[in-house]
Design a protein around this ligand. Structure first.
Ligand code: ATP
Ligand code: MG
Ligand code: MG
Ligand code: MG
Length: 479
């Protein structure tokens, strides 16, 4: 089944259950000082849940463009390293605003996955909230009882407050959730270790696809919980992950959502996917990031030096660096991918078609200017090499290069190694640590799906820099 068909099947199914199908809200948020990018389908419905406005329909479904690169949901460092987290992805969702509740939400999710889409029941696991003594919250027996009508009881697993209790922020609507996980391992591997043991273990082949949130409480300012008069349902399913399952693939990147882009990257960079892990990571990063950047530009957010624009600029630069370092691309090339992307996604998201020229030109210019910066960094590096006393460059200098020119340390390390030099890594790390402490002291980080800033100072996101999965540096500075 093609991805476009999968998207339609989801929407048609919920339309048949009397849901109104609405368009995706923009991915870039302009009117909410607490959130830069849409990170979940429910964002655009926040005011309904808070009771500040009334929806035109009590049942809604859509596919929402999401971006998870900052705050509570920051998946950036996973992207490319694993096969199922993206920066930009589509979240399919259905909502009940004071209308249906657990029985229908669970029943329809099951009907869609197993009957309409034909997923093998033996590959599915579900989780329910196990309760939390400290909060005085009970296990979600109601969800359990609905699930056990549909699925064997040993496939219904308990989940902790961390995974199975959703909160909007420090205050507001919240409630237990129930997640659906799919085991995509071979029958042989499934026989070795039960899939139940791998749920919530971040296993690349036992992945969460759908989260059903049941909003039934309100968290008050004093931290206590009260029952909501009207109960709501908020669900989110990862579209690319669903495609992976239905197309019988082991990676989102092997679905037709990504393969046309990957083929184009192979052609443009004269590399091939699936032979060398480093090259593969770079190709995945580029295929992912070009989507995030293109969708953002289509929403009107160009790369810039502040706020959301800077986040987008850093994402694009990250892609450029991966191309520069691992695919040996010293010339702009990412802009060449927009044709393929627009062909692939333009029907579902017509804004890509209408903004195609802008997207292409902006990406090309950004690539040109960042490659020049990289060139300047190379000149400085050359100076460091010629003036070095021994074979080791000081970590502080490498840090300066990184901090001022956005020159990633592994790129520096690579170039130095080629010339028979190295740099003092612990000095670099200690400079980095100092800087992290400075930024921590100076800034705050988004922590919730909404986070009301305590004072009126603006935060400028000044980026994250690392090509390594194990270092996550998110820097904020007050301006
Ligand atoms: P995970 O535990 O895999 O990080 P999550 O629990 O953070 O996912 P939710 O906030 O529950 O995700 O979002 C609903 C659904 O959106 C998930 O079940 C998943 O299918 C999908 N999803 C979440 N994050 C990503 C991502 N970075 N890329 C692609 N799909 C995602
Ligand atoms: Mg997550
Ligand atoms: Mg999860
Ligand atoms: Mg989840």
């Amino acid at each position: 089944m093609k991805s476009s068909e999968i998207r339609s099947k989801f929407l048609d199914f919920f339309q048949s259950k009397s849901h109104e199908i609405v368009p995706s809200a923009p991915m870039v948020i302009k009117d909410d000082p607490t959130l830069m990018f849409t990170n979940a389908g429910m964002n655009q419905f926040k005011e309904y849940f808070l009771g500040n406005s009334t929806p035109k329909s009590e049942r809604i479904a859509d596919t929402q463009k999401c971006l998870r690169v900052s705050g509570k949901h920051n998946d950036l460092e996973e992207v490319g390293m694993d096969t199922y987290h993206h920066t930009m992805f589509e979240m399919l969702g259905n909502w009940s605003f004071g209308n249906y509740f657990k029985k229908e939400a669970i029943g329809w999710a099951w009907e869609l996955l197993t009957e309409v889409l034909g997923i093998d029941k033996d590959k599915l696991y579900v989780t329910i909230f196990e309760g939390d003594k400290a909060e005085g919250l009970e296990r979600d027996q109601e969800a359990y009882d609905h699930w056990k009508q549909l699925i064997a009881e040993d496939r219904i697993l308990n989940g902790s407050k961390h995974d199975n209790f959703w909160e909007m922020g420090d205050q507001g609507p919240c409630g237990p959730c129930s997640e659906i996980h799919v085991d995509i391992r071979s029958a042989e591997d499934r026989a070795k270790i039960p899939g139940a043991d791998l749920v919530n273990q971040d296993h690349p082949q036992v992945v969460e696809i759908w989260n059903l949130v049941f909003m039934q409480f309100n968290r008050k300012a004093d931290g206590s919980l009260e029952k909501l008069p009207a109960r709501h349902v908020d669900t989110g399913m990862g579209f690319e992950r669903l495609c992976m399952v239905l197309q019988d693939k082991q990676s989102n990147y092997d679905t037709d959502v990504f393969t046309p882009l990957i083929r184009e990257i192979e052609t443009v960079t004269k590399t091939s996917y699936g032979k060398d892990e480093k090259v593969d990571i770079a190709i995945r990063v580029i295929a992912d990031h070009v989507r995030a950047v293109a969708f953002s530009i289509a929403d009107g957010q160009l790369p810039s030096n502040t706020g959301a624009g800077y986040v987008i600029r850093r994402i694009l630069r990250r892609a450029i660096r991966y191309g520069f370092t691992f695919l040996d691309k010293k010339e702009p090339f990412i802009f060449r991918l927009t044709d393929t992307l627009v062909k692939q996604m333009g029907t579902a998201f017509p804004e890509l078609v209408s903004e195609k020229n802008l997207i292409t030109n902006v990406i090309r210019e950004e690539e040109q200017s960042f490659l020049r910066t990289l060139d300047q960094g190379l000149v400085l590096l050359e100076n460091m090499i010629t003036t070095a006393k021994g074979n080791e460059i000081s970590g502080q200098k490498v840090f300066e290069l990184y901090d001022t020119y956005g020159f990633p340390k592994d790129l520096t390390g690579l170039i130095l190694r080629e010339r028979g030099y190295s740099y003092n890594e612990s000095e670099f790390d200690s400079e980095l640590q100092k800087q992290k402490e400075r930024s921590r002291a100076a800034g705050k980080v988004e922590t919730g799906d909404w986070n009301v800033l305590a004072d009126d100072s603006e935060e400028e996101f000044i980026g994250y820099d690392s090509l390594e999965a194990n270092v996550k540096i998110t820097r904020y500075r007050k301006v």
